[in-house]
Write a protein that binds this ligand. Sequence first.
Ligand SMILES: [Zn+2]
Length: 95
Amino acid sequence: MIYIIHLNTPIKHARHYVGYVHDERGVQARFNEHCAGKGSRLLQVALHLGITFTLAATMPVSKNDERAFKNRKNTPYYCPICNPKRHKTCNSTSH
Ligand SMILES: [Zn+2]
C-alpha cells in the first residue's frame, strides 16, 4: 500500500510525500522512522526546518501502481487534510 504524508507547511512546491510499504504495520514503522528523520530526504529537511508533518492517508495500491499514482500528480485530491477527513499528526517538537 502507499501512504501519503502531508507537510503542515510546504517546502517550496512540495506539500506531500508519498511512499510505499507492504502493510499497515509497515506504515506505522516507516512513519516513526520519518519522525526520527530517516527514510526521506524531504521529511528530514522538514524536521530541520521545524515543519511538522502528518500521516494523512494510506491506500491499498500495489508497488506497480505507486509510480502511476505519483505521476498523476493529484495527491491533494487523495489527501484528507487538503480534502478533509480524519488524520494523525506527527509533532517533531515532542522528541
Ligand atoms: Zn495534503
